[in-house]
Design a protein around this ligand. Structure first.
Ligand code: CP
Length: 305
């Protein structure tokens, strides 16, 4: 039995296989419509979510399976003090696979340790979001045709942004990838990402504060939200909010084949006028999240189609 806690849990070869499976699912959905008949997915969300929870549920339903779960801690026995470990152990009796999101870093890992079923980390605090990374890799592969030879700009909250941490860890395994880290001083990537992941793998990167200074070099611009829920005080959040706004004028500085990605939700960091630009890919990215989660469920349940 396998769990997914980090994108590093899959080798590059396994990731390639998973992305190819997701591509086949997109092209031939009918072939997979009964692949999970009789199987149940549990979604245990201790933190709000639209895309991750509903795309997991959509994925299982499109595979012919069924779903159960909770969307806030207050409607589960966590409200009575039950541990994540006990909750997931019990849910193992009711479902075949489980996706868990939790505000505490490492909570899905703790939940997986006594689980009888595969557990998927659907986001743990400011740490990791591996299924968003699978979604991002599929989007890059489909839109750019490759995962190597890319310059990727990551912009916004690089300190608390778990999608950014997971994506950097996944991409450093591909050839000739470089990063431009675009953030205010207070929201730079954590030092372990700089020192262990980037410098430890001899990956070229630079850090800049102004989006305008990076635009012309990028093959991919990955925007992120300044996350109110991760700040310790409102004052700091208000100071940072609105630091970056991608608008049509800034898009003029970018290559014609650059793609804009965002894990969503956005607040105001991408103006709605950019949605009309054919380089904007964030809504398609959300769609790819369904195919890749279908592929992940099939892989972890070892279902052959
Ligand atoms: N991208 C993402 O994780 O979105 P949700 O918080 O809506 O799940």
């Amino acid at each position: 039995m396998r769990h997914l806690m980090s994108p590093m849990d899959f080798s590059v070869e396994e990731l390639d296989k998973l992305l190819s499976l997701a591509d086949d699912i997109e092209k031939n959905p009918a072939k997979y419509a009964h692949a999970c008949d009789g199987k149940i997915l549990a979604t245990c969300f201790y933190e709000p979510s639209t895309r991750t929870r509903l795309s997991f549920e959509s994925a299982m339903l499109r595979l012919g399976g069924q779903v159960l779960g909770f969307s806030e801690a207050g409607s589960s026995s966590a409200a009575k003090g039950e541990s994540v470990s006990d909750t997931i152990r019990v849910i193992s009796c009711y479902a075949d696979i489980c996706a868990i999101r939790h505000p505490k870093e490492g909570a899905p890992l703790v939940g997986s340790q006594k689980s009888l079923i595969p557990v998927i980390n659907a986001g743990d605090g400011g740490h990791q979001h591996p299924t968003q990374t699978l979604t991002d890799l599929l989007t890059i592969k489909q839109k750019k045709g490759r995962l190597d030879n890319l310059t990727i700009g990551l912009c916004g909250d690089l300190k608390f942004g778990r999608t950014v941490h997971s994506l950097i860890e996944a991409l450093v395994r591909y050839e000739n990838v470089s990063f431009v880290l675009i953030s205010p001083e207070e929201l730079r990537v954590p030092s372990y990402i700089r020192e262990e992941v980037l410098e430890g793998n001899n990956i070229p990167y630079k850090e800049v504060e102004r989006l305008e200074d990076a635009m012309a070099d990028l093959d991919i611009l990955y925007m992120t939200r300044i996350q109110k829920e991760r700040f310790f005080n409102e004052e700091d959040y208000l100071r940072m909010k609105g630091f970056y706004i991608l608008d049509p004028k800034k898009m003029e500085l970018a290559k014609q084949d650059m793609i804009v990605m965002h894990p969503l939700p956005r607040v105001n960091e991408i103006s709605v006028e950019v949605d009309k630009d054919e380089r904007a890919n964030y809504f398609e990215q959300a769609q790819y999240g369904v195919y890749v989660r279908m592929a992940l469920i099939l892989t972890l349940l070892e279902v052959q189609v």
